[in-house]
Design a protein around this ligand. Structure first.
Ligand SMILES: [Fe+2]
Ligand SMILES: [Fe+2]
Length: 135
């Protein structure tokens, strides 16, 4: 079975050190989930990987939203909304996976991947000029 591992590609990079580190960590968790699916790992490994991604994502969003807030980013509300949508989605999946209601498949992960890539390449890139300018 082929897998769809993600790498921190050039167009993901923001040039803001902690943000790039956190994005890399989220991508690593994402790849752990892909690996768990590809190797048919036991459910507890999938739960662990998804929980890792949820925690890393929550920490990152908190950091990023704070950075945008202290720098007076004008589009913060919409950005926050996008974060909340993803967190709710993966948090719900994690609960359903833990109680055996959901089987994480590559189709499910494709949605996460599309969102992550769209958000990092699209919305996150939009604040870069503002943040680097203020600093
Ligand atoms: Fe973001
Ligand atoms: Fe981000």
């Amino acid at each position: 079975m082929t897998t769809d591992y993600l790498t921190l590609r050039e167009n993901f990079r923001t040039g803001i050190g902690p943000i790039d580190d956190q994005h890399r960590e989220m991508i690593e968790w994402y790849n752990d989930i892909e690996r768990a699916i590809a190797t048919d790992a036991p459910q507890r490994d999938r739960v662990t990987a998804l929980q890792g991604m949820v925690d890393a994502t929550r920490r990152h969003f908190r950091y990023e939203e704070n950075l945008l807030e202290v720098n007076g980013y004008p589009d913060l509300d919409r950005h926050r909304g996008e974060h909340a949508t993803l967190l709710k989605q993966i948090g719900d999946w994690n609960i359903r996976l833990a109680v055996g209601e959901l089987n994480l498949t590559r189709d499910t992960m494709r949605l996460v991947r599309e969102w992550l890539v769209d958000h990092m390449v699209g919305s996150d890139q939009q604040y870069v000029a503002h943040i680097l300018d203020v600093d």
